[in-house]
Ligand binder design. Structure first.
Ligand code: NDP
Length: 309
């Protein structure tokens, strides 16, 4: 049996499969045989703290339950000869659904109108005020990768015009903007779905938010770090930004009180991929990577930096 360090939670199914080949030690128990640990199972939120990675001399593989791996220092892992894997593709459709759900909820004021019925307002005050149509909008996708493309596909039946910004132009028919502010100026709705980390830190800044404007909608299903949260809250309060639909926040699970008080936001507790079906698929891939690595030293879905290791 090899020794695996478990960081964060895993599902019962994952545990059952892992226990057949690994002795599992939980980081949260505090007491684990550092010298013996060869594998880590973690997730995109908890990642691997630098001191934990540094203290494991025989670590060989880290399997991340999630596609975003900004909480793992991949360069430090590579320097130690440690391969890092993640769970791309199996969650594309689910996260895309979450983005579309937030967009529709903002446009059609789902929460306001639900409250209208529950509060008895309908009976007392009559019909709710009109909302905005989500059809035929121009949507800018910040990060047209695997999930970004799935969002574009899911929006097609709404007659959406898709445009996008990323560092490089992709081989797609949508209009490419090399400048994010310029794109924000031209769209009705901006959907953020880049990775987190230093290169995307607060790239949705005050300038971008102002370019999106009072009629604009900001959807963030990427990482809280991608949006300047304070600037966004101020813009939503001042009416310089119309609406925001957010699955991710700067200091999760802490969400600023000022944001929670706003009527023009829809807030989700980082549930982009959180369905029974998709989490099962992610869990299976997380475990498959670990078992295959144990078997023959290869993995199924390395992060791009570890491809070919
Ligand atoms: P991909 O790697 O397939 O796509 C990422 C896209 O972002 C690419 O188009 C890339 O293009 C672009 N990008 C990367 N860096 C920058 C940058 N500095 N500026 C502009 N664009 C950039 O990743 P996925 O689509 O699989 O996942 C994207 C992210 O979604 C994950 O990393 C994670 O953070 C988030 N996510 C959130 C979930 C949730 O629960 N809310 C669930 C799953 C994922 P280019 O390299 O040309 O810039």
């Amino acid at each position: 049996m090899a020794d695996l360090l478990q960081i964060g939670g895993i599902t019962d199914t994952m545990r059952e499969r892992l226990e057949a080949k690994f002795t599992i030690h939980k980081l949260s128990d505090g007491d684990y045989p550092a010298e013996a640990i060869t594998h880590i199972a973690t997730n995109g939120h908890d990642g691997v703290a630098p001191d934990v990675m540094a203290a494991l001399p025989n670590l060989r593989a880290i399997s991340c339950y999630g596609v975003g791996y900004d909480a793992i220092d991949v360069n430090a892992a590579k320097d130690k000869g440690v391969v890092v894997t993640h769970t791309p593709n199996v969650l594309n459709a689910e996260v895309a659904t979450t983005a579309v759900l937030l967009m529709l909820a903002c446009y059609r004021e789902l929460l306001r109108d639900d409250a209208w019925v529950r509060s008895g307002n309908w009976e007392v005050n009559g019909n709710a005020p009109l909302t905005r149509s989500a059809d035929n909008q121009t949507v800018g996708i910040l990060g047209l990768g695997r999930i970004g493309q799935a969002i574009a596909d899911k929006l097609a039946p709404f007659g959406t015009k898709i445009v996008y910004h990323s560092r490089s132009k992709k081989d797609v028919a949508y209009k490419y903007y090399g400048d994010l502010t310029e794109m924000a100026r031209d769209v009705d709705c901006l959907i953020c779905i880049t990775p987190g980390g230093p290169s995307t830190q607060r790239i949705v800044n005050r300038e971008v938010i102002d370019a999106l404007g009072p009629q604009g909608t900001l959807i963030n299903v990427s990482r809280g770090s991608v949006v300047d949260e304070a600037a966004m809250i101020k813009a939503l309060q001042d009416g310089r930004l119309g609406w925001a639909g957010l699955d991710v926040f700067e200091a999760e699970p802490k969400v600023p009180e000022a944001l929670r008080q706003l009527p023009n936001v829809v807030l989700l507790p980082h549930v982009g991929s959180a369905t029974v079906e998709t989490r099962a698929a992610m869990g299976a891939l997380t475990v498959d990577n670990l078992l295959q690595h144990l078997r023959d030293g290869t993995v199924i879905s390395p992060v791009p930096e570890c491809a070919g290791m």
